[in-house]
Design a protein around this ligand. Structure first.
Ligand SMILES: C[S@@+](CC[C@H](N)C(=O)[O-])C[C@H]1O[C@@H](n2cnc3c(N)ncnc32)[C@H](O)[C@@H]1O
Length: 251
């Protein structure tokens, strides 16, 4: 399937499911149940910085940036519903928000941002090398790129009948079409990629990788039981395999 067709399918889906992600998967959280920015402190000083959020969703991570002193807030998202919501969430902060795909050419400034980040959105791209090439171009020299995404092993690990089983092939990298998403009967396409693909694509785009975190469960769940459950996201699974990975890289 062509990239444009995949983007159209995903946009149609995200425009409908967007309200279900209001403030979900936003900083200081990096993803479901996983370590938070308060625990791992990956961002350098945010104060007075120009920041760009890739896949900004409802704008809550940009609000976190504003609350920590960021000077300019920029965000892009494929979904016009998300961009309209983010405009409301950030109405007191003068944000620059654009409805555009991260793998598309944009008129965002080059060599401009101190920090580009993406919380649980980068893996939606239909074209990782092109997306990383653009992200690299938006950053100033020595600028930081931080992103989190689902750990590529996690969808292959299933909890069933009191056991953990491996399903499907981790080795196979391909777009996968789901017929429904978040309870809506709408198709959506996600690319399965290996961890090495993210790392090697960053290197090929020119980034220096500073940290890779395979997130354990956040310490705020320390006192919670991790009893067996067949749920997709659970402490039980997360304490065995990371559900999220986080990378800090530099231009
Ligand atoms: C889980 S949400 C992100 C949450 C958000 N980062 C936050 O901090 O609140 C994933 C977002 O990625 C966006 N998205 C999906 N595909 C995209 C693409 N190709 N380009 C830009 N955004 C995309 C979706 O519209 C959605 O808003």
């Amino acid at each position: 399937m062509e990239k444009l067709e995949m983007l159209k399918i995903n946009k149609d889906c995200w425009d409908v499911v967007a309200p279900k992600f209001f403030g979900v998967e936003s900083l200081p959280e990096y993803g479901p149940l996983t370590v938070t920015e308060d625990e791992i402190k990956l961002f350098d000083d945010i104060n007075h910085k120009k920041v760009l959020d890739i896949g900004c969703g409802s704008g809550h991570s940009l609000k976190y940036m504003a609350d920590n002193g960021a000077h300019e807030l920029w965000g892009i998202d494929l979904s016009s519903t998300q961009i309209e919501t983010a405009k409301q969430v950030l109405k007191d902060y003068n944000p620059r928000l654009f409805c555009v795909a991260m793998e598309d050419h944009t008129y965002l400034p080059q060599d401009y941002f101190d920090i580009v980040y993406s919380i649980y959105a980068l893996g939606w791209t239909t074209d990782l090398p092109t997306t990383l090439k653009y992200i690299y171009s938006y950053l100033k020299k020595d600028g930081t790129f931080i992103f989190s995404w689902e750990h590529p092993i996690y969808p292959h690990v299933k909890a069933e009948n009191n056991s953990i089983i491996l399903q499907g092939s981790y080795q196979l990298e391909e777009p996968v079409m789901f017929n429904s998403f978040k309870g809506e009967q709408l198709p959506v396409i996600l690319h399965r990629r290996k961890l090495e693909t993210y790392i090697n694509s960053l290197i090929e785009a020119g980034f220096k990788i500073e940290r890779l975190i395979e997130g354990n469960a956040s310490s705020r769940f320390n006192s919670e039981e991790d009893a067996f459950t067949e749920k997709y996201y659970s402490l039980y699974k997360t304490r065995m395999v990371p559900n999220t990975f986080i990378i800090k890289a530099r231009k």
